[in-house]
Design a protein around this ligand. Structure first.
Ligand SMILES: [Zn+2]
Length: 253
């Protein structure tokens, strides 16, 4: 008899910063101390971080998941992952995934400046190579230039996804099989093209845990962003994280 499926939370992080940023940057980061506390909480609560390969194997029935599985994902590849994420997760033995924008490696998240935000530095190829050599991290695709894929013509959307994947495979010499849609911008057409190009799993920004029946190119995630220790809107920071992790809320139809 098959074991019942355990809903799997995929946590979505962006930058992990040393210092608090102005309130309007809240969704762009968590603090390093906040992140470390969250990882300790996962450990205390008996969560086991797994990889996308393990998730795919479990969904195919080829592998049994741990009692409390979780995936840790970091969008865009911010330079501060090197100091504030990589050493900590290596020491805890927690695998994690970073989604890279291939044309922006070694530059900044310049796509935010159009909306009036200051740009933040991204990892360079040397940093990425060093982290890859140390292990624990799985670099995957987040397109070539971070566009809204659903707004592009078919040829351009396909090129963004394929070029982003090819550039990473050439540099990193490892199969790139998982895609993160920038801004969560996707459509049936975009999903279809992602599959044709060869992606086997893709993540969105829809809120929820992964269910057994979820299409593999439309996996929901749980966003994690900066919450002060005591916030009028979000309550007590650490409890807010716990609530999000265990939430049965689901924004999907
Ligand atoms: Zn992004």
């Amino acid at each position: 008899m098959p074991t019942p499926w355990i809903p799997v939370p995929i946590l979505m992080y962006h930058a992990v910063e040393d210092a608090t940023r102005p309130p309007r940057y809240k969704h762009f980061y968590v603090l390093a101390a906040e992140f470390a506390e969250q990882m300790r909480m996962l450990q205390r609560a008996g969560y086991t971080p797994i990889t996308f390969a393990a998730l795919a194997a479990a969904r195919a029935g080829a592998r049994v998941l741990p009692a409390r599985p979780v995936l840790l994902t970091f969008d865009d590849g911010y330079a501060n992952l090197q100091t504030n994420v990589h050493p900590l997760l290596l020491s805890l033995g927690f695998p994690y995934t970073v989604f890279l924008v291939s044309d922006c490696v070694g530059r900044t998240n310049g796509w935010v400046t159009a909306e009036g935000y200051e740009a933040t530095p991204l990892l360079g190829w040397d940093d990425i190579g060093r982290m890859q050599a140390e292990g624990g991290v799985d670099f995957q695709a987040h397109t070539a230039t971070h566009p809204h894929l659903a707004d592009l013509g078919a040829a351009e959307a396909r090129r963004e996804m394929a070029d982003g994947r090819d550039a990473l495979e050439q540099r990193l010499r490892t199969p790139i099989t998982t895609l993160c849609y920038p801004y969560g911008s996707r459509s049936e057409t975009v999903e279809g093209m992602a599959g044709e190009i060869g992606f086997t799993q893709a993540v969105t920004t829809e809120f929820g845990r992964v269910r057994a029946a979820d299409p593999p190119l439309r996996l929901p995630r749980i966003s994690v962003y900066h919450v002060p220790p005591l916030s009028l809107t979000y309550g007590i920071g650490p409890l807010n994280f716990r609530w999000r992790l265990e939430s049965r809320k689901d924004t999907r139809p």
